[in-house]
Design a protein around this ligand. Structure first.
Ligand code: ZN
Ligand code: ZN
Length: 134
């Protein structure tokens, strides 16, 4: 699989604790995630958590999907209200992340997770206090 950004570079598969990563190395160190893999890496429900449903609204890029080859990746917001845009293939829904985007994704995903934890904690407290969930 060729890196969509440095077209001559092959993406290499690295294994880490049973998880496979496709990384452009040596090269831009971008990573390719098949559909669902990004969510799995950063433990969110969806690859693009809390982003509104959008089909054709993405902004086209000049980069070809490394899997579908002729389909161009599109830029979509990772999450509503955040500036981070990630490259997604509209066909196979794979995601290409720049090395620095991965850090951003991680930061944002932690934010979601901690909000989730807060919500769960509150629910627990309310239940223990005798309030029934509605
Ligand atoms: Zn690359
Ligand atoms: Zn694709």
């Amino acid at each position: 699989m060729k890196c969509p950004k440095c077209s001559d570079n092959e993406m290499h598969v690295f294994n880490h604790q049973g998880i496979e990563f496709n990384i452009c190395s040596p090269g831009c160190k971008g990573i390719w995630c098949d559909k669902g893999e990004l969510a799995y890496y950063v433990e969110t429900k969806n690859d693009t958590p809390r982003a509104q449903k959008r089909d054709e609204s993405g902004c086209g890029t000049e980069f070809n999907c490394p899997v579908c080859e002729t389909t161009k990746l599109k830029e979509y917001p990772y999450m509503d209200g955040e500036e981070l845009l990630i490259d997604i293939c509209p066909s196979c829904k794979g995601i290409f992340l720049d090395f620095k985007e991965l850090a951003e994704v991680e930061k944002l995903s932690i934010k979601i997770d901690s909000e989730g934890k807060l919500q769960r904690t509150l629910n627990d407290l309310m239940e223990r206090a005798g309030y029934k969930k509605t």
